[in-house]
Ligand binder design. Structure first.
Ligand code: AMP
Length: 492
């Protein structure tokens, strides 16, 4: 197919999308808000969204803290961009032919008639901020990291949510292959710091010049096998044949196994760049696998691309209850209970992250030509993986001392002592809503505090307090103005 015709196809897609949006606009302007009258409304979580409950917080804190620590070690600074962006940012940035923009956008017309969306990924937002805030004037390359919620209107199923959380890093302003190698090494370091064993598959998809040649080869290859492709891939063949390599359909995957290898079509510059990346990785002893079918699903990638996987070889039996992909109908019934763990079979790999170089994106979004490279990790999958692999998390620092009270006067005093000790820097816990001493001591036991302060009517009158050693059960009475001093001695 001629490049002219390809361009037309993309344009046709863009026109189609615009028409759809105009229709939407019209329908939105006449749509009345849905008012629920007299019918019993039961609030429920939207499909594919999730609540992160306190019971899981320990995992999320662990992952977020490790992400922050790794980013800091490699010299990245945090950037936060809004959850909502202009739709065009992703249409231009992520690309019209990407699955994410073509099918999964959470886009809508706002009250002012603007076409906006919940961000499906972080990179275009970071690049927008880079251009908009003139960050190209800062020393380059700029190293930025982010984490937060992304939204993709996918069919919810195990491992695929509509609200997902990502941690990503971006290095903007260097074309050097050492940057690609370091982003890959950071990815490995992040996984290892979580106790996961990553497998990193690397490839190069060349630049816009050599990819054109390869696309033609790929089109020729698939053209003769067109009928064996799924209907989506038959369409992809017209628009962007590289997308076929991402297809999850078995037949398309089988066909993709015998494609011409892109490495044979790289131009000299891209070939040299990729060779240097691999040399850096080899020199640093960072293991990786070459996979010429890794192309990444987003349109902006150039040259180096990679995917990060974890495998779960021996834990299949533990997984079965989590692995069953919930039937669509079943899922509708239990909308709020979307399974998170991704279904993978014995020895198979679960994708937890992906990245690469995107040398054209800054220019596409209106900046000066600026090379860049980055990676994004799916934190929901990582958290599930930590649970499934039963990875031991570092224990959170619990409270050092518990304060128990008996009677109204004591409760009043206890509230004040709690504040004094908190300001003194003690990690102190309480259960002021309970009256019985037994119930309060049970809470102290549950929290694992070694010391408990007990105050009752008599202690209030004497201006004293009891310090109880929770292990031995021994108790001593001290003056209230000496509590901090005594606690310091005992806690040391
Ligand atoms: P991407 O931004 O598509 O390159 O995805 C990067 C990572 O985010 C993937 O490797 C997944 O771990 C994760 N991810 C992508 N889409 C989803 C989704 N719908 N639900 C949960 N995790 C996702």
């Amino acid at each position: 197919m001629s490049p002219k015709k390809k361009k037309r196809s993309i344009r046709q897609l863009a026109d189609k999308k615009k028409k759809e949006m105009t229709k939407k606009k019209k329908s939105v302007s006449v749509r009345e808000p849905r008012i629920i009258k007299n019918e019993k409304y039961i609030p429920h979580l939207l499909r594919g969204m999730r609540d992160i409950l306190p019971v899981d917080r320990i995992y999320w804190d662990f992952v977020n803290n490790r992400a922050k620590a790794i980013a800091a070690v490699y010299g990245f600074e945090r950037i936060e961009t809004p959850t909502i962006e202009d739709y065009n940012l992703f249409e231009r940035g992520t690309g019209m032919t990407s699955e994410v923009v073509e099918k999964q956008m959470y886009d809508f017309i706002d009250k002012g008639g603007g076409h906006i969306c919940c961000r499906p990924e972080g990179t275009p937002s970071v690049v927008r901020a880079y251009i908009e805030h003139g960050m190209f004037n800062l020393p380059q390359p700029l190293k930025l990291y982010y984490y937060g919620s992304m939204f993709r209107h996918e069919k919810p199923q195990a491992g695929r949510l509509r609200q997902l959380h990502q941690f990503g890093v971006e290095v903007i302003g260097s074309e050097k292959p050492i940057i690609d190698a370091q982003v890959i090494m950071l990815s490995r370091a992040f996984c290892e710091s979580l106790g996961l064993n990553p497998i990193i598959e690397v490839n190069s998809i060349g630049c816009s010049v050599c990819r054109k040649v390869y696309r033609r080869k790929l089109t020729d290859y698939f053209k003769f096998r067109r009928k064996q492709l799924c209907s989506d891939c038959q369409r992809r063949l017209e628009i962007n044949p590289l997308r076929i390599l991402d297809c999850k359909e078995k037949e398309c995957q089988e066909l993709s196994k015998k494609i011409p290898q892109i490495i044979d079509y790289l131009c000299v510059d891209c070939h040299n760049h990729f060779t240097r990346v691999l040399e850096y990785l080899d020199e640093a002893g960072a293991s990786y696998e070459l996979n010429y079918r890794v192309v990444r699903g987003l349109d902006y990638y150039t040259r180096t691309v990679f995917e990060v996987f974890v495998s779960r070889p021996q834990i299949e039996s533990q997984l079965q209850p989590l692995l069953s992909v919930i039937e669509e109908k079943e899922q509708e019934k239990i909308e709020s209970k979307t399974a998170i763990a991704a279904p993978i079979q014995d020895g198979q790999r679960l994708a937890i992250g992906g990245g690469g170089r995107y040398d054209n994106l800054v220019e596409i979004l209106g900046g000066k030509p600026t090379p860049a490279c980055g990676v994004a990790f799916g934190l929901d999958r990582i958290v599930e993986e930590l649970k499934i692999q039963n990875i031991k998390l570092p224990k959170a620092r619990g409270p050092q001392v518990f304060i128990a009270q008996l009677g109204d006067m004591a409760r009043q005093k206890a509230l004040k002592i709690f504040e004094v000790l908190r300001k003194d820097g003690f990690r102190i816990a309480e259960n002021f809503s309970k009256d019985s001493l037994r119930a309060q001591l049970e809470t102290a036991h549950r929290l694992g505090t070694k010391l408990c302060l007990i105050i009752g009517h008599q202690e209030v009158l004497n201006n004293t307090i009891i310090i109880r050693d929770m292990l031995s059960g021994s108790q001593e009475i001290v003056d209230q103005d000496k509590i901090a001093k005594e606690l310091h001695k005992k806690i040391k």
